[in-house]
Design a protein around this ligand. Structure first.
Ligand code: UT7
Length: 328
């Protein structure tokens, strides 16, 4: 019997803006130090998208253009585009519409997906279902965020962590491997610990919401840290057990990049050595929906056909999940 069709990642591209905000510059805005940020978070610098009127589509489009050009793919052959983000260009229309228009993806339908830092994994999981069902033959999954748009650079609890960036993966059907399994979770009780209060329908923008700084990210870091470690380790364990995978069977673990110590703790609990774990938080910070594609892009040359790779994430909501894929 023929193998069931799976969704495989065929190509990855990224875009990070050229402007860099390093820890020493942040020392001028808030009471922090390069030493503290490096030791407690693991970030040295992050890229920031500057320029009036620039949004995530300005990062996603160059990544898509590179991908289509390098792979020699006709933009008209893309039939689905899902954009994972918490910082869309506008509240509506969906940034998927804007990106599709700017990139000439005239035959693609699509939508935005908001699952905070877990959005990229949720989107990848969703797109993989469309590929498996035969409804999509070529899908683009984009993770992009301009966190600098919603960060208060006078709040040291958040400004040291986040950065801007975008990544795109091309999904196509495969009978040789691809996305084998996944588990996605959410628990809304966590919504109080990491959120942006104003800008939605509860608190639409007013002078007061602006003066009260309610359009910025609010985070209770310690609480989020504890849940992140527990839930990422839990979901990775679940996916490994469901697929009879032991630590030594895992070629690479690709975790969301929120804090070096979270990644280290999850890897330790899974007994996966750090040389098998993708970590680039020092260069980009937490780019929210772009962290996993940025890692996939930088690690892809190490992957071999048949490698067992696990992606995992945790974010506001709370939301979390893991995907197990076999590299093709
Ligand atoms: O991607 C979405 C999910 N987000 C996350 O997973 C983020 C999870 N949380 C974290 O990464 C960490 O909790 C933070 C990086 C946000 C904070 O690190 P922490 O080790 O949990 O710090 P803390 O809040 O426990 O604070 C420890 C100390 C405190 O000083 P005292 O009370 O011990 O004197 C803070 O006031 O560090 C101080 N502190 C800072 N010092 C210098 C807190 N933030 C800073 C700072 N610079 N930026």
């Amino acid at each position: 019997m023929a193998e069931k069709v799976k969704a495989a990642i065929r190509a990855i591209e990224t875009y990070v803006p050229p402007d860099i905000l390093d820890n020493h510059t942040l020392e001028q805005f808030v009471d922090t130090s390069d030493e503290w940020i490096t030791r407690r978070v693991g970030v040295k610098e992050r890229h920031i998208l500057l320029g009036e009127g620039k949004g995530i589509s300005d990062m996603a489009v160059p990544a898509i253009e590179k991908l289509l050009e390098k792979q020699d793919i006709d933009p008209l052959s893309i039939d689905l585009i899902i954009v994972a983000t918490v910082t869309p260009d506008h509240v509506f229309p969906a940034t998927a519409n804007i990106i599709a228009d700017k990139s000439g993806l005239k035959n693609a339908w699509g939508f935005d997906m908001n699952a905070a830092c877990s959005g990229f994994l949720y989107a990848l999981w969703t797109a993989s279902r469309f590929i498996e069902s035969g409804r999509s033959k070529r899908a683009l999954v984009i993770g992009a965020d301009k966190m600098s748009a919603i960060i208060n650079y006078h709040d040291r609890a958040t400004c040291v962590i986040f950065g801007d960036g975008a990544g795109v993966v091309l999904l196509e059907p495969s009978e040789e491997g691809g996305i084998i399994d996944g588990r996605m979770y959410s628990d809304g009780h966590g919504r109080h610990y990491l959120f942006q209060k104003a800008g939605g329908s509860c608190y639409s923008p007013t002078i007061d919401t602006v003066m009260n700084k309610e359009h910025y990210v609010y985070q209770e870091g310690k609480k989020v840290f504890q849940y992140a470690v527990k839930n990422m380790a839990g979901v990775v364990k679940e996916v490994m057990e469901a697929n009879s995978l032991k630590a030594e069977d895992i070629a690479y673990l690709i975790p969301h990049q929120a804090n070096y110590r979270i990644i280290q703790a999850v890897a330790e609990m899974m007994e996966i050595p750090l040389d098998k774990v993708a970590i680039n938080i020092e260069k980009y910070g937490n780019t929210t929906n772009a962290t996993i594609p940025l890692c996939l892009y930088e690690w892809q040359d190490k992957f071999k056909k048949g490698d067992n790779i696990i992606l995992t994430t945790f974010g506001g909501g709370f939301t979390w999940g893991a995907i197990y894929l076999k590299w093709v």
